[in-house]
Design a protein around this ligand. Sequence first.
Ligand code: NAD
Ligand code: ZN
Ligand code: ZN
Length: 371
Amino acid sequence: MRMRAAVLEEFGEPLVVQDLELKDPRAGEVLVRLVACGVCHTDLYTASGIDPSGYAPVVLGHEGAGVVERVGEGVASLREGDHVVTLFSPQCGECVHCVDPRTNLCMAIRAEQNLGHLPDGTTRLARSDSGEEIRHFMGTSTFAEYTVMPEIALAKIDPEAPLDRACLFACGLSTGLGAAMNTAAVREGATCVVFGAGMVGLGAVAGCRLQGAERIICVDLSDDRLELARGQGATELMKADDNTVERILETTDGGYGADYTFEATGNVAVMAQAVETARMAWGLCTVAGVAGRGETLDVIPRWLITGRRIAGSSFGGVKGRDGVPKLVDLYMRGEIDVDPFISHRITLQEVNRGFDLMEAQDGIRSVIEFH
Ligand SMILES: NC(=O)c1ccc[n+]([C@@H]2O[C@H](COP(=O)([O-])OP(=O)(O)OC[C@H]3O[C@@H](n4cnc5c(N)ncnc54)[C@H](O)[C@@H]3O)[C@@H](O)[C@H]2O)c1
Ligand SMILES: [Zn+2]
Ligand SMILES: [Zn+2]
């Protein structure tokens, strides 16, 4: 079929919205009509050419939500009309990691996904004129009117959930919520510090609140973002400066630090601050930010010997097919306030404006709406 899609033709250049050919779903695959898609830093990171594993031409986008249009042979868990959120982190349910509750890192299609292919090693995207193949991005390619994705990478959600909100659960929001709810599994009454109040940090603030944390200190450089953190349940706001660590230690348990800290900036110096401000004896620092290639985290071993721990969290440890529908249900019950995250609504044609807004740190998320 013919459809509109935003193609990264050349690194560092604006995406080019054009007609592409999308081939039929094969066995185990599903054709999804996208209704909404968030614009995320990871898309921009790849478009800029900084990402060493990036490739072009490719259709970017990974924060999609839409409606199943058609299913390929053997697809049993989804049918036409189902509402779905796209998962860059699939859940096959059978691999060594999927059957273990300790992780969400499904191994089923990783290698081909990283190459820009669907699981059978081919692509469904091609130029309408020359037939030249275009690769998929993160197994999702949701900057497009339609996508073909593996069944195992689609989470079926409540059909009542508005898809322009649900799309945010495809990446940053679930990452933050899950960091607090799964990876750290914050205890009731705990003291938490969240570094960074972007989509991920704000999700972590909401996750700490849902877990019953007593104090949630949010640290950021921007007053506007700190205000958003208050709306998500932060009990204290702190503008970051050269003395952030000292200020946090002063206010937490007589200098011991916080029960849980979360890093959601991608800055390795902030990661070190998050480790240092985790409480002596049992403090757990959860790192969600993605550092630049080659950067390392500088940790004084004494911080660890004296009981602090560090955990990393990919997609918040959420097993997507099971976990995302549950998070969407929490939203539907009014327990997560998603609207403040949507700062701009744009069309697919305006996708590059979404990148500009993100670079200007104007709002949290631009959401592309498909009509
Ligand atoms: N682990 C995962 O699966 C996953 C998923 C999505 C995003 N991420 C990563 O999470 C990080 C956050 O993503 P985001 O979309 O929220 O980004 P964002 O850029 O919107 O937010 C980052 C925030 O950190 C703040 N910040 C910068 N320096 C700071 C400092 N010194 N002290 C305190 N705050 C500071 C910024 O003001 C900003 O509000 C990124 O590194 C992103 O790549 C990880
Ligand atoms: Zn993302
Ligand atoms: Zn798996």
